[in-house]
Design a protein around this ligand. Structure first.
Ligand SMILES: Cc1ncc(COP(=O)(O)O)c(C=O)c1O
Length: 428
Protein backbone atom coordinates (compact mmCIF):
# COMPACT_ATOMS: atom_id res chain seq x y z
CA UNK A 1 0.00 0.00 0.00
CA UNK A 2 1.08 3.60 -0.53
CA UNK A 3 1.20 6.12 2.27
CA UNK A 4 -2.03 7.53 0.88
CA UNK A 5 -4.51 8.14 3.69
CA UNK A 6 -8.09 7.53 2.54
CA UNK A 7 -9.53 8.63 5.89
CA UNK A 8 -7.91 12.04 5.56
CA UNK A 9 -8.99 12.23 1.92
CA UNK A 10 -12.59 11.33 2.77
CA UNK A 11 -12.70 14.04 5.38
CA UNK A 12 -12.69 16.59 2.52
CA UNK A 13 -15.83 15.12 0.90
CA UNK A 14 -18.99 15.90 2.87
CA UNK A 15 -21.15 13.66 0.64
CA UNK A 16 -19.24 10.57 1.78
CA UNK A 17 -20.53 10.93 5.33
CA UNK A 18 -24.16 10.63 4.22
CA UNK A 19 -26.53 7.79 4.92
CA UNK A 20 -29.68 6.74 3.11
CA UNK A 21 -33.13 7.21 4.62
CA UNK A 22 -32.61 4.11 6.82
CA UNK A 23 -29.28 5.24 8.22
CA UNK A 24 -27.29 3.00 5.90
CA UNK A 25 -23.92 4.49 4.81
CA UNK A 26 -23.65 5.34 1.12
CA UNK A 27 -20.85 3.85 -0.98
CA UNK A 28 -19.92 5.60 -4.22
CA UNK A 29 -18.69 3.28 -6.97
CA UNK A 30 -20.21 5.58 -9.60
CA UNK A 31 -17.14 7.78 -10.12
CA UNK A 32 -16.99 7.13 -13.90
CA UNK A 33 -20.51 8.59 -14.05
CA UNK A 34 -19.52 11.54 -11.86
CA UNK A 35 -17.53 12.01 -8.68
CA UNK A 36 -18.39 13.62 -5.36
CA UNK A 37 -16.79 16.98 -4.64
CA UNK A 38 -14.53 18.20 -1.85
CA UNK A 39 -15.72 20.98 0.45
CA UNK A 40 -13.33 23.46 -1.20
CA UNK A 41 -15.25 23.07 -4.47
CA UNK A 42 -18.58 23.68 -2.74
CA UNK A 43 -17.09 26.71 -0.95
CA UNK A 44 -15.67 28.16 -4.18
CA UNK A 45 -19.02 27.85 -5.96
CA UNK A 46 -20.84 29.38 -3.05
CA UNK A 47 -18.25 32.17 -2.85
CA UNK A 48 -18.69 32.88 -6.56
CA UNK A 49 -22.45 33.25 -6.16
CA UNK A 50 -22.04 35.32 -2.99
CA UNK A 51 -19.24 37.71 -3.91
CA UNK A 52 -18.51 37.53 -7.63
CA UNK A 53 -21.81 36.92 -9.40
CA UNK A 54 -22.00 38.98 -12.61
CA UNK A 55 -21.49 38.84 -16.33
CA UNK A 56 -17.98 39.47 -17.65
CA UNK A 57 -16.01 42.40 -19.07
CA UNK A 58 -17.59 45.34 -17.26
CA UNK A 59 -15.95 48.00 -15.08
CA UNK A 60 -17.50 47.07 -11.74
CA UNK A 61 -16.32 44.90 -8.89
CA UNK A 62 -18.32 41.69 -9.35
CA UNK A 63 -17.71 41.68 -13.09
CA UNK A 64 -13.99 42.13 -12.55
CA UNK A 65 -14.08 39.27 -10.05
CA UNK A 66 -15.89 37.18 -12.66
CA UNK A 67 -13.20 37.98 -15.22
CA UNK A 68 -10.59 36.90 -12.68
CA UNK A 69 -12.51 33.67 -12.02
CA UNK A 70 -12.59 32.77 -15.71
CA UNK A 71 -8.92 33.61 -16.11
CA UNK A 72 -8.08 31.42 -13.10
CA UNK A 73 -10.07 28.55 -14.62
CA UNK A 74 -8.15 28.76 -17.92
CA UNK A 75 -4.86 28.71 -16.00
CA UNK A 76 -6.00 25.82 -13.79
CA UNK A 77 -7.00 23.56 -16.69
CA UNK A 78 -3.84 24.52 -18.59
CA UNK A 79 -1.83 23.39 -15.57
CA UNK A 80 -3.83 20.16 -15.25
CA UNK A 81 -3.27 19.22 -18.90
CA UNK A 82 0.22 20.78 -19.16
CA UNK A 83 -1.03 22.99 -21.98
CA UNK A 84 1.44 25.57 -23.30
CA UNK A 85 -1.07 28.42 -22.86
CA UNK A 86 -4.29 29.12 -20.89
CA UNK A 87 -5.69 30.56 -24.13
CA UNK A 88 -5.80 27.00 -25.48
CA UNK A 89 -8.46 26.00 -22.93
CA UNK A 90 -12.07 26.26 -24.09
CA UNK A 91 -14.92 25.78 -21.61
CA UNK A 92 -18.43 24.57 -22.35
CA UNK A 93 -21.33 22.71 -20.76
CA UNK A 94 -19.81 19.25 -21.15
CA UNK A 95 -17.47 17.20 -23.33
CA UNK A 96 -20.25 16.03 -25.67
CA UNK A 97 -21.37 19.53 -26.60
CA UNK A 98 -17.78 20.72 -27.08
CA UNK A 99 -17.00 17.75 -29.30
CA UNK A 100 -20.05 18.33 -31.50
CA UNK A 101 -19.00 21.99 -31.85
CA UNK A 102 -15.48 21.00 -32.80
CA UNK A 103 -16.53 18.28 -35.23
CA UNK A 104 -18.83 20.70 -37.04
CA UNK A 105 -16.12 23.36 -37.22
CA UNK A 106 -13.50 20.92 -38.49
CA UNK A 107 -15.92 19.59 -41.09
CA UNK A 108 -16.28 23.08 -42.54
CA UNK A 109 -12.67 22.69 -43.70
CA UNK A 110 -13.03 19.12 -45.02
CA UNK A 111 -14.20 17.72 -48.37
CA UNK A 112 -16.51 14.79 -49.19
CA UNK A 113 -14.33 11.69 -49.30
CA UNK A 114 -12.11 12.88 -46.43
CA UNK A 115 -11.86 10.31 -43.67
CA UNK A 116 -12.12 10.14 -39.87
CA UNK A 117 -11.10 7.15 -37.76
CA UNK A 118 -13.11 6.33 -34.63
CA UNK A 119 -12.65 3.36 -32.30
CA UNK A 120 -15.00 0.69 -31.00
CA UNK A 121 -13.52 1.25 -27.53
CA UNK A 122 -14.93 4.77 -27.25
CA UNK A 123 -17.85 6.38 -25.45
CA UNK A 124 -20.44 7.49 -27.97
CA UNK A 125 -19.57 11.13 -27.29
CA UNK A 126 -16.38 10.48 -29.26
CA UNK A 127 -18.17 8.55 -32.00
CA UNK A 128 -21.53 10.19 -32.75
CA UNK A 129 -20.09 13.71 -33.42
CA UNK A 130 -17.85 12.19 -36.09
CA UNK A 131 -20.43 9.73 -37.44
CA UNK A 132 -22.76 12.70 -38.00
CA UNK A 133 -20.29 14.00 -40.59
CA UNK A 134 -21.09 11.06 -42.85
CA UNK A 135 -24.11 13.15 -43.91
CA UNK A 136 -21.73 15.50 -45.70
CA UNK A 137 -19.71 12.75 -47.30
CA UNK A 138 -17.02 12.23 -44.66
CA UNK A 139 -16.00 8.56 -44.60
CA UNK A 140 -15.88 6.98 -41.14
CA UNK A 141 -13.46 4.13 -40.48
CA UNK A 142 -13.50 1.97 -37.36
CA UNK A 143 -10.52 0.82 -35.33
CA UNK A 144 -11.41 -2.40 -33.53
CA UNK A 145 -10.24 -3.76 -30.18
CA UNK A 146 -9.27 -7.21 -29.05
CA UNK A 147 -12.16 -8.60 -26.95
CA UNK A 148 -9.72 -10.81 -25.03
CA UNK A 149 -8.15 -7.90 -23.12
CA UNK A 150 -10.09 -4.93 -24.55
CA UNK A 151 -7.01 -3.23 -25.99
CA UNK A 152 -7.10 -1.43 -29.33
CA UNK A 153 -5.88 -3.29 -32.42
CA UNK A 154 -2.94 -0.93 -33.04
CA UNK A 155 -1.69 -3.37 -35.64
CA UNK A 156 -4.69 -2.33 -37.77
CA UNK A 157 -4.19 1.42 -37.44
CA UNK A 158 -1.63 1.74 -40.22
CA UNK A 159 -4.09 0.14 -42.67
CA UNK A 160 -6.82 2.61 -41.73
CA UNK A 161 -4.65 5.71 -42.03
CA UNK A 162 -4.15 7.13 -45.50
CA UNK A 163 -3.75 10.45 -47.24
CA UNK A 164 -7.50 11.18 -46.98
CA UNK A 165 -7.49 10.71 -43.18
CA UNK A 166 -8.19 14.06 -41.54
CA UNK A 167 -8.60 12.99 -37.93
CA UNK A 168 -8.13 10.10 -35.54
CA UNK A 169 -10.63 10.27 -32.65
CA UNK A 170 -9.65 8.13 -29.68
CA UNK A 171 -10.42 7.87 -25.98
CA UNK A 172 -7.79 8.33 -23.30
CA UNK A 173 -9.42 5.48 -21.39
CA UNK A 174 -12.59 3.42 -21.79
CA UNK A 175 -15.38 4.36 -19.38
CA UNK A 176 -16.72 0.81 -19.71
CA UNK A 177 -13.73 -1.51 -19.43
CA UNK A 178 -11.01 0.85 -18.22
CA UNK A 179 -8.38 0.32 -20.93
CA UNK A 180 -5.88 3.19 -21.20
CA UNK A 181 -4.90 3.69 -24.82
CA UNK A 182 -1.33 4.28 -26.11
CA UNK A 183 -2.04 7.88 -27.04
CA UNK A 184 1.47 9.12 -27.83
CA UNK A 185 2.08 6.26 -30.25
CA UNK A 186 -1.30 6.84 -31.90
CA UNK A 187 -0.64 10.58 -32.25
CA UNK A 188 2.70 9.81 -33.86
CA UNK A 189 1.09 7.52 -36.42
CA UNK A 190 -1.77 9.96 -37.10
CA UNK A 191 0.63 12.83 -37.69
CA UNK A 192 2.86 10.71 -39.88
CA UNK A 193 -0.19 10.20 -42.11
CA UNK A 194 -0.94 13.93 -42.03
CA UNK A 195 -4.02 13.56 -39.78
CA UNK A 196 -4.97 15.35 -36.56
CA UNK A 197 -5.73 13.53 -33.31
CA UNK A 198 -8.61 14.26 -30.94
CA UNK A 199 -8.57 12.66 -27.49
CA UNK A 200 -11.60 12.09 -25.25
CA UNK A 201 -9.89 12.19 -21.86
CA UNK A 202 -13.09 12.25 -19.81
CA UNK A 203 -12.51 8.88 -18.17
CA UNK A 204 -8.73 9.17 -18.00
CA UNK A 205 -8.54 12.56 -16.26
CA UNK A 206 -9.48 11.39 -12.72
CA UNK A 207 -7.02 8.51 -12.84
CA UNK A 208 -3.82 9.74 -14.52
CA UNK A 209 -1.77 12.87 -15.04
CA UNK A 210 -2.49 14.10 -18.57
CA UNK A 211 0.14 15.92 -20.60
CA UNK A 212 -1.04 17.15 -23.99
CA UNK A 213 2.52 18.02 -24.98
CA UNK A 214 3.85 14.56 -24.13
CA UNK A 215 0.92 12.91 -25.93
CA UNK A 216 1.43 15.15 -28.94
CA UNK A 217 -2.29 15.30 -29.77
CA UNK A 218 -4.08 18.26 -31.34
CA UNK A 219 -7.27 18.38 -29.25
CA UNK A 220 -8.22 16.85 -25.92
CA UNK A 221 -11.51 17.12 -24.05
CA UNK A 222 -12.41 16.35 -20.45
CA UNK A 223 -15.20 16.94 -17.94
CA UNK A 224 -14.56 18.54 -14.58
CA UNK A 225 -17.40 16.64 -12.88
CA UNK A 226 -15.46 13.41 -13.38
CA UNK A 227 -12.49 14.71 -11.37
CA UNK A 228 -14.12 16.07 -8.22
CA UNK A 229 -15.46 19.29 -9.67
CA UNK A 230 -18.79 20.63 -10.93
CA UNK A 231 -20.58 19.98 -14.23
CA UNK A 232 -18.33 21.83 -16.68
CA UNK A 233 -16.61 20.59 -19.83
CA UNK A 234 -13.18 21.63 -21.08
CA UNK A 235 -11.50 21.34 -24.46
CA UNK A 236 -7.82 21.90 -25.08
CA UNK A 237 -6.71 22.60 -28.65
CA UNK A 238 -3.43 23.66 -30.22
CA UNK A 239 -3.55 27.45 -30.46
CA UNK A 240 -2.85 27.61 -34.17
CA UNK A 241 -5.76 25.26 -34.87
CA UNK A 242 -8.19 27.02 -32.54
CA UNK A 243 -7.17 30.27 -34.18
CA UNK A 244 -7.48 29.03 -37.75
CA UNK A 245 -10.63 26.90 -37.58
CA UNK A 246 -14.01 28.51 -38.29
CA UNK A 247 -15.88 28.25 -34.98
CA UNK A 248 -19.64 28.76 -34.87
CA UNK A 249 -19.95 32.03 -32.98
CA UNK A 250 -21.99 35.19 -32.58
CA UNK A 251 -20.53 38.20 -34.37
CA UNK A 252 -19.72 40.40 -31.37
CA UNK A 253 -17.88 37.71 -29.40
CA UNK A 254 -14.10 37.56 -29.22
CA UNK A 255 -12.58 36.56 -32.58
CA UNK A 256 -9.55 35.02 -30.85
CA UNK A 257 -9.22 31.70 -28.97
CA UNK A 258 -10.42 30.75 -26.52
CA UNK A 259 -13.33 33.25 -26.57
CA UNK A 260 -14.35 32.48 -30.14
CA UNK A 261 -15.14 28.90 -29.10
CA UNK A 262 -16.97 29.69 -25.87
CA UNK A 263 -20.51 30.35 -27.00
CA UNK A 264 -22.77 32.37 -24.73
CA UNK A 265 -22.30 33.00 -21.03
CA UNK A 266 -20.39 30.31 -19.22
CA UNK A 267 -21.21 28.50 -16.00
CA UNK A 268 -19.19 30.94 -13.89
CA UNK A 269 -19.87 29.27 -10.56
CA UNK A 270 -18.88 25.97 -12.20
CA UNK A 271 -15.63 27.50 -13.35
CA UNK A 272 -14.95 28.76 -9.83
CA UNK A 273 -15.49 25.15 -8.72
CA UNK A 274 -13.21 23.89 -11.49
CA UNK A 275 -10.34 25.98 -10.13
CA UNK A 276 -10.96 24.54 -6.67
CA UNK A 277 -11.09 20.97 -8.07
CA UNK A 278 -7.72 21.43 -9.77
CA UNK A 279 -6.30 22.97 -6.60
CA UNK A 280 -7.68 20.03 -4.62
CA UNK A 281 -5.81 17.56 -6.89
CA UNK A 282 -2.64 19.65 -6.56
CA UNK A 283 -3.12 19.55 -2.79
CA UNK A 284 -3.19 15.74 -2.95
CA UNK A 285 0.16 15.95 -4.74
CA UNK A 286 1.63 18.28 -2.14
CA UNK A 287 0.55 15.96 0.67
CA UNK A 288 1.06 12.50 -0.82
CA UNK A 289 3.02 12.91 -4.03
CA UNK A 290 6.60 13.61 -2.93
CA UNK A 291 7.74 10.08 -3.79
CA UNK A 292 6.63 10.60 -7.40
CA UNK A 293 8.31 13.96 -8.01
CA UNK A 294 11.56 12.54 -9.43
CA UNK A 295 9.65 11.37 -12.51
CA UNK A 296 8.87 14.98 -13.45
CA UNK A 297 12.11 16.96 -13.86
CA UNK A 298 11.42 20.42 -15.18
CA UNK A 299 8.01 20.66 -13.49
CA UNK A 300 7.38 22.97 -10.56
CA UNK A 301 4.54 24.48 -8.54
CA UNK A 302 0.96 23.45 -9.33
CA UNK A 303 1.93 21.60 -12.53
CA UNK A 304 4.27 19.38 -10.53
CA UNK A 305 1.79 18.84 -7.69
CA UNK A 306 -0.92 17.85 -10.18
CA UNK A 307 1.32 15.22 -11.72
CA UNK A 308 2.44 13.78 -8.39
CA UNK A 309 -1.09 14.00 -6.98
CA UNK A 310 -2.54 12.00 -9.83
CA UNK A 311 0.31 9.49 -9.61
CA UNK A 312 -0.39 9.06 -5.89
CA UNK A 313 -4.08 8.62 -6.66
CA UNK A 314 -3.33 6.07 -9.40
CA UNK A 315 -1.06 4.05 -7.10
CA UNK A 316 -3.70 3.94 -4.37
CA UNK A 317 -6.47 3.07 -6.81
CA UNK A 318 -4.38 0.22 -8.26
CA UNK A 319 -4.05 -1.34 -4.79
CA UNK A 320 -7.79 -1.06 -4.26
CA UNK A 321 -8.51 -2.44 -7.72
CA UNK A 322 -6.23 -5.43 -7.04
CA UNK A 323 -8.31 -6.14 -3.94
CA UNK A 324 -11.48 -6.00 -6.08
CA UNK A 325 -10.02 -8.31 -8.75
CA UNK A 326 -8.73 -10.79 -6.16
CA UNK A 327 -12.14 -10.86 -4.52
CA UNK A 328 -13.96 -11.35 -7.83
CA UNK A 329 -11.56 -14.17 -8.74
CA UNK A 330 -12.82 -16.03 -5.71
CA UNK A 331 -16.48 -15.74 -6.75
CA UNK A 332 -17.54 -18.55 -9.10
CA UNK A 333 -19.08 -17.24 -12.31
CA UNK A 334 -17.87 -13.65 -11.85
CA UNK A 335 -16.33 -12.19 -14.98
CA UNK A 336 -14.37 -8.96 -15.41
CA UNK A 337 -13.88 -7.65 -18.95
CA UNK A 338 -10.59 -6.09 -20.03
CA UNK A 339 -7.10 -6.24 -18.54
CA UNK A 340 -6.95 -8.31 -15.36
CA UNK A 341 -3.24 -9.27 -15.46
CA UNK A 342 -1.90 -7.78 -12.22
CA UNK A 343 1.36 -6.87 -13.98
CA UNK A 344 -0.53 -4.69 -16.46
CA UNK A 345 -2.78 -2.67 -14.19
CA UNK A 346 -0.98 0.55 -15.20
CA UNK A 347 -2.61 0.03 -18.62
CA UNK A 348 -6.08 0.46 -17.21
CA UNK A 349 -8.19 2.51 -14.80
CA UNK A 350 -9.85 0.98 -11.72
CA UNK A 351 -13.18 0.69 -13.57
CA UNK A 352 -14.53 -2.84 -13.78
CA UNK A 353 -17.17 -4.09 -16.23
CA UNK A 354 -18.58 -7.13 -14.48
CA UNK A 355 -21.00 -9.97 -15.15
CA UNK A 356 -22.01 -12.11 -12.21
CA UNK A 357 -23.44 -15.60 -12.19
CA UNK A 358 -23.29 -18.36 -14.72
CA UNK A 359 -20.60 -17.19 -17.15
CA UNK A 360 -21.73 -19.69 -19.79
CA UNK A 361 -25.09 -18.01 -20.25
CA UNK A 362 -23.57 -14.53 -20.12
CA UNK A 363 -24.37 -13.99 -16.44
CA UNK A 364 -27.31 -15.17 -14.36
CA UNK A 365 -27.66 -11.85 -12.66
CA UNK A 366 -29.09 -9.26 -14.98
CA UNK A 367 -26.81 -6.21 -14.56
CA UNK A 368 -29.74 -3.84 -14.07
CA UNK A 369 -31.17 -6.06 -11.29
CA UNK A 370 -27.74 -6.29 -9.73
CA UNK A 371 -27.32 -2.53 -9.90
CA UNK A 372 -30.76 -2.00 -8.30
CA UNK A 373 -29.92 -4.52 -5.59
CA UNK A 374 -26.65 -2.72 -4.82
CA UNK A 375 -28.59 0.53 -4.75
CA UNK A 376 -30.85 -0.90 -2.03
CA UNK A 377 -27.69 -1.58 -0.02
CA UNK A 378 -26.58 2.04 -0.40
CA UNK A 379 -24.08 1.27 -3.16
CA UNK A 380 -23.99 3.53 -6.23
CA UNK A 381 -23.03 1.80 -9.48
CA UNK A 382 -24.14 1.75 -13.11
CA UNK A 383 -25.32 -1.00 -15.42
CA UNK A 384 -25.96 -1.35 -19.14
CA UNK A 385 -23.69 0.18 -21.77
CA UNK A 386 -22.93 3.52 -20.07
CA UNK A 387 -23.02 5.11 -23.55
CA UNK A 388 -20.03 2.96 -24.52
CA UNK A 389 -22.41 1.38 -26.97
CA UNK A 390 -19.80 0.12 -29.43
CA UNK A 391 -17.79 -1.55 -26.65
CA UNK A 392 -20.70 -3.50 -25.23
CA UNK A 393 -22.00 -4.40 -28.70
CA UNK A 394 -18.56 -5.75 -29.56
CA UNK A 395 -18.25 -7.70 -26.30
CA UNK A 396 -21.63 -9.31 -26.74
CA UNK A 397 -23.72 -9.03 -23.59
CA UNK A 398 -25.74 -5.99 -24.70
CA UNK A 399 -28.93 -7.97 -25.29
CA UNK A 400 -28.51 -9.42 -21.81
CA UNK A 401 -28.36 -6.04 -20.13
CA UNK A 402 -24.73 -5.10 -20.74
CA UNK A 403 -22.45 -5.07 -17.73
CA UNK A 404 -22.40 -3.86 -14.16
CA UNK A 405 -19.82 -1.10 -13.79
CA UNK A 406 -17.96 -0.67 -10.54
CA UNK A 407 -15.75 2.41 -10.72
CA UNK A 408 -13.27 2.96 -7.92
CA UNK A 409 -12.17 6.43 -6.93
CA UNK A 410 -9.42 7.62 -4.58
CA UNK A 411 -12.01 8.28 -1.87
CA UNK A 412 -13.13 4.64 -1.77
CA UNK A 413 -11.80 2.33 0.92
CA UNK A 414 -10.77 -1.30 1.31
CA UNK A 415 -13.73 -1.75 3.68
CA UNK A 416 -16.15 -0.54 0.99
CA UNK A 417 -14.68 -2.98 -1.52
CA UNK A 418 -15.11 -5.76 1.06
CA UNK A 419 -18.75 -4.78 1.56
CA UNK A 420 -19.31 -5.10 -2.19
CA UNK A 421 -17.50 -8.43 -2.42
CA UNK A 422 -19.48 -9.84 0.51
CA UNK A 423 -22.71 -8.89 -1.23
CA UNK A 424 -21.51 -10.51 -4.46
CA UNK A 425 -20.58 -13.68 -2.55
CA UNK A 426 -24.07 -13.86 -1.05
CA UNK A 427 -25.57 -13.50 -4.53
CA UNK A 428 -23.06 -15.63 -6.46
C1 LIG B 1 -15.30 8.41 -21.68
C2 LIG B 1 -16.39 9.42 -21.70
N1 LIG B 1 -16.44 10.28 -22.73
C3 LIG B 1 -17.39 11.23 -22.80
C4 LIG B 1 -18.35 11.34 -21.84
C5 LIG B 1 -19.38 12.42 -21.97
O1 LIG B 1 -19.02 13.46 -21.11
P1 LIG B 1 -19.98 14.69 -20.89
O2 LIG B 1 -21.03 14.24 -19.95
O3 LIG B 1 -19.08 15.74 -20.29
O4 LIG B 1 -20.51 15.11 -22.20
C6 LIG B 1 -18.35 10.47 -20.75
C7 LIG B 1 -19.41 10.55 -19.73
O5 LIG B 1 -19.68 9.62 -19.02
C8 LIG B 1 -17.33 9.49 -20.68
O6 LIG B 1 -17.27 8.63 -19.67
Amino acid sequence: MTTFDPAAIRHHFPALAQTDDHGQPLIFFDGPGGTQVPDAVIAAMSDYLTRRNANTHAPFTTSQRSDATLSAAHHALADLLNAPSPDEIVFGPNMTTLTFALSRALARTWQPGDEVIVTRLDHDANIAPWLALAEQGIVIRWLDFDPADCTLRLDQLADLLNKRTRLLAVGGASNAVGTINPLAEMARQAHEAGALMFVDAVHLAPHAAIDVQAIGCDFLACSVYKFYGPHVGALWGRYDLLDRLPAYKVRPSDPQPPGKWMTGTQNHEGLAGAVAAVDYLAGVGETYGTAFAAAFPGFAGRRLHLKTGLDAIAAFERDLFTQLLDGLDAIPGARVYGITDRQRLAERTPTAAIRLGDAGSGGRWHPLDLCARLGRHGIASYAGHMYALAVIERLGPLEEGGVLRIGLSHYNTAAEVDTLLNLFEDLG
